[in-house]
Design a protein around this ligand. Structure first.
Ligand code: F6P
Length: 536
């Protein structure tokens, strides 16, 4: 027995029917299986969910206590139970004057830090804060995971609004990343922002030291061109960054939820404090919707329930996120961390084994590029991949509007093709018209059959602006939250990243030849030996 049993029983009776039949039986299906919040329309009618299935899903959300848990999160309760922390990234976009953690109001300190960020960002943009060579032309954000993916994704998404220094993002410990990023930059007009909540992450600290060495070759006092985003002020001081350029945030903001906090500093420098405020406002509007809308019309809840239906109920292990919006190219990578680091957990909050699957594998690429790469498998492969299309109605290039129209037509065509498919009879007719007959006609036609009946959802909004981007990210954050609550897991820790980090530290001496690696398996020792031999 587990919480998905009623849904599994229901699914067993309906899983083979065609989604098109649901449309035929209910002319208002598209409207009934859609919901709106602010600028967003979420259409989940091209799925095999019917009214009974939706009722069961909504029951599940009610029974697992999503509403109470949501309210606990927003009010600063320590719902991150394995780390004993509150979960309050929402405070960074909140308009409330008082949010309590351990009885203390966190808002005054937060607003103070944001005011310092705004002043610093404005000073960089207006040339009041300069490098040795004058006005800052380039900002290099060094961070990884949540200290990179959020601002990197958002900076690309807001590229049309960027009028500040050029932004660059370095994350990988691979020296090629920092090398290629710094090549061509002028150290005298570059600002380096070291973004690490803990200020211990090996990749970030190694890259920060490399950047400092690069700058020190030309700049007399490199520390003057460094800023830090971290809560570890002792470590930032040891690194040599003065307190006035250190922007901290509390441990109740998880790395992958931190783009609203000082981790968004590079974005703020790029688009300016006012547009950054709009980014926050868009997210705050989604927060308000999540807190107040009935679940049947609540976008984060609906996205979560559709996801649970596909993964835990129907057994589709992956979810493709397909933005028809080139500037959302990094959104799938961002969502990979958000969803998979949050909900890739095999035990429930109480430590018991999950009797159902954890969150899905999330992957994707922008359309239309993906159409010419992996959509083949989505349309004709043996596995069903639920697809999540994201599309804007208007581009930001009025003179290229005809291209945006084509983009949208492609998006709608893909979800239609997934739904409708092409039958053997249709394929046969097409091939017969081309002159084929007999066994060859049959063989060729079979290759051209699309099974159809493949589920997708579409999230549509007007235009990609800082405000809609904020709403979009908050929507996904809350969707992950709801999924986590229904699964009964802690979405806010990430113990699964620790083991590899520990082993990497222990392996470095084996690669250097200063440890024999006693106790390591044969494959690891063979690979280490080959590395030593190849490096001479
Ligand atoms: O990889 C684990 C992780 O802790 C992520 O959750 C986090 O976003 C990233 O590392 C970076 O951490 P920090 O900001 O402390 O450098």
């Amino acid at each position: 027995m587990n919480r998905f049993d009623p849904l599994l029983s229901h699914a067993a009776t309906v899983k083979d029917r065609h989604i098109l039949d649901l449309f035929a039986a209910d002319p208002s299906r598209a409207e009934s299986f859609s919901a709106e919040a602010g600028p967003f329309l979420f259409d989940y009618s091209k799925t095999n969910i019917d009214a009974d299935g939706m009722a069961l899903l909504l029951d599940l959300a009610a029974q697992t206590g999503v509403a109470a848990r949501r309210d606990a999160m927003f009010s600063g309760e320590k719902i991150n139970e394995t780390e004993g922390r509150a979960v309050l990234h929402t405070a960074w976009r909140s308009v409330e004057d008082s949010i309590l953690v351990d009885g203390a109001n966190v808002m005054p300190a937060l607003r103070d830090t944001r005011a310092r960020m705004q002043e610093f960002a404005a000073a960089v943009r207006e040339g009041r804060y300069n490098g040795q060579g004058g006005t800052i032309t380039d900002v290099v954000n060094i961070g990884i995971g949540g200290s990179d993916l959020g601002p990197a994704m958002a900076s690309l998404a807001c590229a049309a609004f960027a009028d500040g220094p050029k932004l660059h993002f370095v994350s990988n410990v691979d020296g090629a990343h920092i090398h290629d990023t710094l090549a061509g930059l002028d150290p005298e007009t570059t600002l380096v922002v070291v973004a690490s909540k803990t200020f211990t992450t090996i990749e970030t600290m190694t890259n920060a030291e490399s950047a400092r060495r690069w700058m020190a070759e030309v700049v007399t006092e490199p520390a003057k061109q460094f800023a830090a985003i971290s809560s570890a002020t002792d470590r930032t001081a040891t690194f040599g960054i003065p307190a006035e350029r250190v922007f901290g945030f509390e441990d109740w903001v998880g790395g992958r939820y931190s783009v609203w906090s000082p981790i968004g500093l590079s974005l703020m420098i790029g688009i300016g404090p006012e547009l950054f405020d709009q980014f926050l406002s868009g997210a705050a509007a989604m927060d308000a919707h999540f807190r107040t809308a009935p679940f049947a019309h609540n976008l984060p809840v609906l996205l979560a329930l559709v996801g649970l239906w596909h993964n835990q109920v129907l057994g589709h292990a992956t979810r493709a996120v397909l933005p028809y919006e080139q500037r959302l190219a990094r959104l799938p990578a961002y969502l990979q961390q958000l969803e998979m680091e949050s909900n890739g957990k095999r035990v429930a909050m109480d430590g018991s084994d999950l009797p159902y699957h954890s969150g899905p594998v999330v992957w994707g690429e922008p359309g239309t590029n993906g159409q010419h790469a992996f959509y083949q498998l989505i349309h004709q492969g043996t596995r069903v991949v639920p697809c999540e299309f994201i599309v804007t109605a208007n581009g930001l290039e009025p003179d290229l509007d005809h291209q945006h129209l084509l983009l949208m037509a492609n998006c709608l065509a893909q979800s239609e093709a997934l739904l409708r498919g092409r039958s053997l009879a249709e394929a046969t007719e097409i091939m017969r018209a081309k002159g084929l007959e007999g066994a060859e006609l049959d063989r060729q036609a079979r290759h051209r059959v699309f099974p159809g009946n493949r589920p997708s959802t579409t999230l549509m909004f007007d235009q990609l602006t800082p405000a809609t981007l904020g709403g979009l990210i908050a929507l996904y954050e809350h969707r992950v939250f709801v999924e986590g609550v229904v699964l009964g897991i802690n979405s806010f820790d990430q113990w699964g990243v620790e083991l590899g980090k520990e082993l990497a530290l222990a392996l470095a001496p084996v690669l250097e030849g200063t440890s024999d690696g006693a106790g390591k398996d044969g494959s690891t020792l063979q690979l280490a030996a080959r590395i030593r031999a190849l490096r001479g």
